[in-house]
Design a protein around this ligand. Structure first.
Ligand code: SF4
Ligand code: SF4
Length: 427
């Protein structure tokens, strides 16, 4: 729910949506004939690949590009590899996509491969990184990162989404079971759980500390949870993992519980879909399903210049293709009609100060954006707190001149990261 203030000098109050008390089952989207999986590693044509077009794959089979690859994906179906090609994200980072042609004669009856699973984090990381909810197993298994607190989030990060709350209401026992498994395999001393204050659930989390978050945006963002509940201020340019805290979604914890029960991977992702009129739907779709299959199921038609946004209204990003696949960490998909897309402009800042008043971490956004517009990323970081930004998007939401502040900030951070990596490489 978005409530704008009538008074220009007060902050608009944005509230998270609360899941309905007795939610219906999500609509099941049939497994499509082709699924697209993303692999976080670019193709290297000088190396001999382990997989190629035409190879048969089994449901649950682990797929890697090269012998030395540490990145992998898991096939959600039995079938054949129909394509392997380069994929470029909105910042120009390249990775790889695989198209798996689903052998529909086998898909429905075939059980996934079972794994030789041990009760340790290395074993979980070997098979379960791409479970629905994308558990942060790579970080938890890393020798370079010392995690001493795991935060299970049953609260949705962006507005309009209710995916995490739905999962919490429906699968609370699995969350408790998954939390026990997490504790056993990671040996992390402290586990906490974040519950939205409006969500009515039964407690009984044993040694897990329960925190209730406010319904006001952006209280569910990791930096805010660290500050409000763990009394930690996230230093500029650092991630929660840098300060020893790992966040994991309720869905990822449920997926882990199921994966340990069956010794196999699950592939069904729950998503909140927000139609053009703001109507909310809940779906269950196999990872790799193209988004247009979901939209068709609800007769949502995409016209030219309509926008498909992955994520919610504050933190989401637009994708240019209806074929974009469902990903393990994708909680929300939003369709914006071309007639209601908020207009952005290249108007100059009018120094109204709204962005500064609303910023939860006091970034001087109006000055910062001038440096970002001029591609002065180092100055933006050193003098105007670029890296203190927690990426809530409130400044862009409130900007009088409709400057795409959030996009400038995300791009600025990305360019700064590249600059610093280059400097390190040249040292
Ligand atoms: S997105 Fe804008 S309002 Fe939010 S923390 Fe960053 S600078 Fe502040
Ligand atoms: S950047 Fe936008 S919100 Fe901030 S002072 Fe300028 S016009 Fe106002």
């Amino acid at each position: 729910m978005i409530k704008r203030s009538f008074f220009t000098l007060t902050k608009p109050r944005l509230e998270y949506d609360l899941v309905e008390p007795d939610p219906k089952e999500p609509k099941q989207i049939p497994i499509p004939s082709n699924l697209t999986l993303l692999l976080n590693e670019p193709i290297d044509s000088t190396r001999q690949a382990l997989i190629k077009k035409g190879d048969a794959v089994e449901k649950g089979e682990k797929l890697r590009l090269y012998n030395q690859s540490t990145e992998y994906t898991i096939s959600p179906v039995t079938g054949t590899i129909d394509a392997i090609d380069a994929y470029s994200d909105d910042f120009g980072n390249t990775s790889t996509y695989l198209v798996i042609k689903n052998d529909q004669s086998q898909a429905s009856q075939k059980e996934p491969i079972t794994y030789d699973l041990k009760d340790d984090i290395a074993s979980a990381d070997e098979y379960f990184r791409t479970l629905p909810g994308a558990p942060p197993l790579k970080i938890l298994a890393s020798d370079d990162v010392k995690i001493n607190t795991i935060v299970i989030t049953c609260a949705d990060m962006d507005l309009l989404s209710t995916t995490s709350q739905y999962i919490t209401l429906k699968f609370l026992d699995d969350i408790k079971e998954g939390a026990k498994i997490l504790k056993k395999i990671t040996h992390v001393p402290k586990l906490c759980i974040i519950i939205p204050e409006g969500l009515n659930i039964q407690g009984g989390f044993d040694s897990i500390q329960v925190f209730k978050t406010s319904m006001e945006y952006p209280s569910n963002l990791p930096a805010m949870i660290l500050k409000d509940h763990l009394s930690m201020i996230l230093p500029a340019g650092k991630t929660p993992e840098d300060v020893g805290v790992s966040f994991i979604s309720a869905e990822a914890v449920v997926s882990l519980a199921n994966a340990y029960k069956t010794k196999s991977a699950g592939f069904e992702k729950i998503l909140t879909v927000i139609g053009k009129q703001g109507t909310q739907y809940r779906v269950k779709a196999t990872i790799g399903t193209p988004l247009h299959k979901i939209l068709n199921a609800f007769s949502v038609h995409i016209n030219e210049q309509d926008r498909i946004v992955i994520g919610g209204p504050m933190k989401g990003f637009a994708t240019y293709t209806r074929h974009h696949p469902v990903q393990p960490d994708m909680d929300t998909v939003m369709i914006q009609d071309r007639d209601i897309i908020p207009e952005l402009s290249d108007n100059p800042c009018v120094n109204c100060g709204k962005c500064i008043r609303i910023c939860p971490v006091n970034v001087p956004v109006n000055v910062l954006v001038r440096y970002l517009e001029a591609d002065q990323y180092e100055e933006a970081a050193d003098r105007y707190d670029l890296e203190s930004c927690i990426e809530c998007g409130l400044c862009a939401y409130t900007c009088t001149a409709r400057i795409p502040l959030y996009q400038y900030i995300r791009l600025g951070k990305h360019e700064l990261f590249k600059l610093r990596a280059l400097e390190t490489a040249n040292d």
